[in-house]
Every structure is written in structure tokens, then in C-alpha cells.
Ligand binder design. Structure first.
Ligand SMILES: [Fe+2]
Ligand SMILES: [Fe+2]
Length: 173
């Protein structure tokens, strides 16, 4: 296939993926509490909503490629850090943040949305292996790995910028 045709094909595929992605998460993104994640810094100069979108979109693409439940991965990924406080200033939990925040995120997500078992597992276990209980689903394993990958890029300020600009446009934030 000529290069121009290949380019056109890849654009078409991206547009179709983006339409699928939006369908999976649109009800989450209209929730004001979820949008409120944009008011908190997650890593470096990346907001918690940007980080969550990054994890959600990459997990969606990977799960789609692997033939997994990509919608649950996208939704669980978007809600995996659904906690609304500045962890450097406030401490509305007992113990260590790394262990405590998955449960807080799950409680918040359950308050606003009807979660399926995969989505619950993703949120609860995204910090694995720090939190000992292993993922029950492949989608959880994917989101957990993607979360670490995205966090590394964000911390190092490497390569994530272009993705974030694209995702912000996609999510209209
Ligand atoms: Fe987290
Ligand atoms: Fe995260």
C-alpha cells in the first residue's frame, strides 16, 4: 500500500477509535466531580484529570488490541484516581496514601456511577503490586501497568505532552 494510503488509513482508524473511546466515557466526563479532578495536580504539572485521561485512553487502546473489555478499561482508568483532595496538603484518610486512595476512589466512583466488576477491580487494585491482592481481570493488569507508564512520563516530563494536548481536545477540558 502506498505511504499516503497508509497515512489515510491510520487517520481513519484513529478517528474510529476516538469515537469508540468517547462513547465509553461520555457519561463520566459530564460529571462535575470527575471534571473537578482538573483542579488538582497529580504529577509534575499534569492535573489529575489529565493523568486519568492519559491512563484511560492508553488502556483503552491496549485492551482493544488485545481483544479485552476496552470500555471497562477506559472507564476504570478514568476513575482510578477519583479522589478530590491535595494529597500534599490534606490527609482525609488513615495510613499511607498509596494504600488508602484506591478505596477512596472506589467509594467516590460507586457514589456517582453504576460500576461493573471489572471497573471496580481496576480502581481497587490499580496500585498492585504495592497493594498485595492481585488483579482478578486482565483489564486491571493493563490499567495498573499503563498507570505506572503514564506516571513515569509525567514525572520525567517526557513524551506525554503531545498526548495530553490531544486528550484535552478530545475531552474538551
Ligand atoms: Fe493511584
Ligand atoms: Fe494514577
Amino acid at each position: 500500500m502506498p505511504k499516503w494510503e497508509m497515512f489515510k488509513e491510520s487517520l481513519k482508524k484513529r478517528a474510529s477509535n476516538d469515537a469508540d473511546y468517547k462513547d465509553c466515557i461520555k457519561d463520566l466526563l459530564t460529571n462535575q466531580e470527575v471534571r473537578g479532578l482538573h483542579n488538582f495536580v497529580q504529577h509534575g504539572n499534569v492535573s489529575r484529570l489529565e493523568h486519568s485521561l492519559f491512563v484511560s485512553y492508553k488502556s483503552f487502546l491496549l485492551c482493544k488490541k488485545l481483544g479485552l473489555d476496552y470500555c471497562s478499561a477506559a472507564r476504570g482508568g478514568l476513575l482510578h484516581d477519583f479522589f478530590l483532595y491535595n494529597r500534599k496538603v490534606e490527609k482525609p484518610y488513615k495510613g499511607i496514601h498509596g494504600f488508602a486512595h484506591p478505596k477512596i476512589a472506589l467509594d467516590n466512583a460507586s457514589k456517582y456511577f453504576n460500576l461493573n466488576e471489572i471497573e471496580k477491580d481496576i480502581i481497587k487494585k490499580h496500585m498492585w503490586p504495592l497493594t498485595i491482592v492481585p488483579p482478578k481481570y486482565m483489564e486491571t493488569l493493563v490499567v495498573s501497568c499503563v498507570d505506572k507508564y503514564c506516571a513515569t512520563l509525567e514525572f520525567a516530563n517526557m513524551g506525554g505532552k503531545k498526548n495530553l494536548i490531544y486528550l484535552k481536545k478530545l475531552a474538551q477540558i
